[in-house]
Write a protein that binds this ligand. Structure first.
Ligand SMILES: [Fe+2]
Ligand SMILES: [Fe+2]
Length: 451
């Protein structure tokens, strides 16, 4: 039997290829970083072509692959601070930041324009003044938050130190003006230097096509970007094939052909647990109000499901769904998530949209597709008045009911921008009034007994 056949059969017997699952999770990071969908996959492809061009060994290409896909793993960690400091939508801000002009005065003007950009001038002035007075410390804090969180989460996935370090140093600049460590030149890890070029190239490619990507990489060479890598990228960019592939639906397959070492790493049950836990933490990090929410939910869901007699293998899958139930929240700005006053109708619509986005994101990850439906239905109600689909008693699965009850309890017992946390007794009393209308009585009884 051919080697390829053996590997394919083994992939089917286990949870599949680690690289395929990680690539699918990249869509969640695109959302978290305010980038167009598919950015991480396209950047990964461009970066791997560049790695191949400069003659990286197969093992190095395999490591580079994970740096490129997970470069934005820490992105949600500074979202709340961006909202606080700049009084603006963090996702819009992150998008704008990636296309700021290279020259310093123009950059500064563009950043000032982002300060409380939707507010009247009188409200903007203190935000602008605070930014101008503390801009060095602010930049350091925001990059440090993102870098540390990204590297820590990558280590939590069990990835090699070289991969974690590539993610940590993504925002260093060739001329030493970057952060968090002000490294310069070849002291910046090679994977980080490649990832920066791939990132800039994809963002400008999406804005203005191949020529915009090439022009921007050339313009930033020697300042932000490694000049010899930028030159090598120029050779990659000359091949029309590179750009044609980016728009193809077959891009994920082409990526794995380019880096077979990554594709052949199989995923097991433990790795799936780690991935779900890490991406649950990416979601929790977006707001101080949801810190620890997904992690606590997993513990509670597991105990309630055990009390209801669910078998361990099923519980394990359910816990992954619980960890990822709010992954669609990555697409909501923190100005809405953390808003202390009532939400407007359009803001509510965006908020309710997180359930559908959870289903769309998890649905892209083959192994999570069944759990995607259970996780995405966690705001449905037995009386049919929930969202996103208005399912009713007859249509809501038991797995969903467990997540819903535990999610409700954790939400009530956590602080919210508009109210303090309820005590466990107050939360249970509020939930009791919803039994049979919003939530399932048997699951609620199981929650009470495990508490
Ligand atoms: Fe939710
Ligand atoms: Fe939740």
């Amino acid at each position: 039997m051919l080697h390829e056949d053996v590997l394919r059969r083994r992939r089917e017997q286990t949870g599949g290829s680690l690289a395929e699952v990680v690539r699918a999770f990249g869509h969640a990071l695109d959302l978290a970083d305010g980038q167009p969908d598919g950015h991480s996959t396209r950047a990964c492809y461009l970066g791997c072509l560049l790695g191949q061009e400069i003659g990286l060994a197969p093992r190095e290409l395999g490591e580079l692959f994970f740096v490129l896909l997970l470069k934005d793993l820490g992105s949600s960690a500074n979202a709340a601070r961006i909202g606080e400091i700049f009084q603006t939508d963090d996702l819009h801000f992150k998008r704008a930041l990636k296309t700021l002009p290279a020259n310093r005065p123009a950059r500064l003007r563009a950043l000032v324009a982002q300060c409380a950009r939707d507010r009247p001038l009188a409200r903007r002035i203190p935000v602008i003044a605070n930014f101008l007075l503390h801009r060095d410390a602010i930049a350091q804090e925001l990059v440090q938050l993102r870098a540390s969180r990204g590297a820590t989460l990558a280590a939590g996935l069990g990835l090699a130190p070289a991969i974690c370090s590539g993610i940590y140093h993504l925002d260093e600049h060739w001329d030493g003006s970057g952060r968090p460590s002000h490294l310069s030149g070849a002291a910046i890890p090679l994977y980080a230097r490649i990832a920066q070029i791939a990132q800039v190239a994809d963002i400008f490619y999406i804005h203005g096509g191949p020529s915009a990507a090439i022009d921007e990489v050339t313009a930033r060479a020697g300042r932000q970007l490694d000049p010899s890598l930028a030159e090598a990228f120029g050779r990659v960019a000359e091949r029309a094939r590179s750009w044609a592939d980016l728009g193809s639906t077959a891009l994920p397959g082409m990526l794995f052909t380019l880096v077979p070492e990554a594709r052949d790493m199989l995923i097991d049950e433990d790795a799936l647990d780690r991935l779900a836990a890490v991406f649950g933490q990416v979601v929790d990090a977006k707001s101080a109000y949801t810190a620890g929410h997904s992690t606590r939910l997993v513990v509670l869901v597991d105990r309630v499901a055990a009390r209801l007699g669910m078998l361990p293998a099923r519980r394990r899958a359910l816990c992954r769904a619980a960890a990822l139930h709010d992954v669609g929240k990555l697409g909501i700005p923190t100005t809405i998530l953390d808003k202390p006053s009532a939400l407007g109708e359009s803001e509510w619509e965006l908020m309710r949209g997180h359930a559908g986005r959870t289903r769309a994101l998890l649905g892209k990850i083959g192994i999570f597709s069944e759990m995607a439906a259970f996780a995405a239905a966690h705001h449905e109600r037995l009386d049919g008045m929930g969202y996103p689909s208005g399912l009713d008693d007859a249509a809501i699965a038991r797995e969903t009911r467990i997540i819903t009850v535990c999610d409700f309890y954790d939400a009530l017992t956590s602080n919210r921008p508009y109210r303090p946390a309820l005590s466990p007794a107050e939360a249970l009393a509020a939930m009791q009034a919803e039994v049979g209308k919003g939530i399932d009585g048997e699951v609620f009884a199981a929650l009470q007994s495990v508490l």
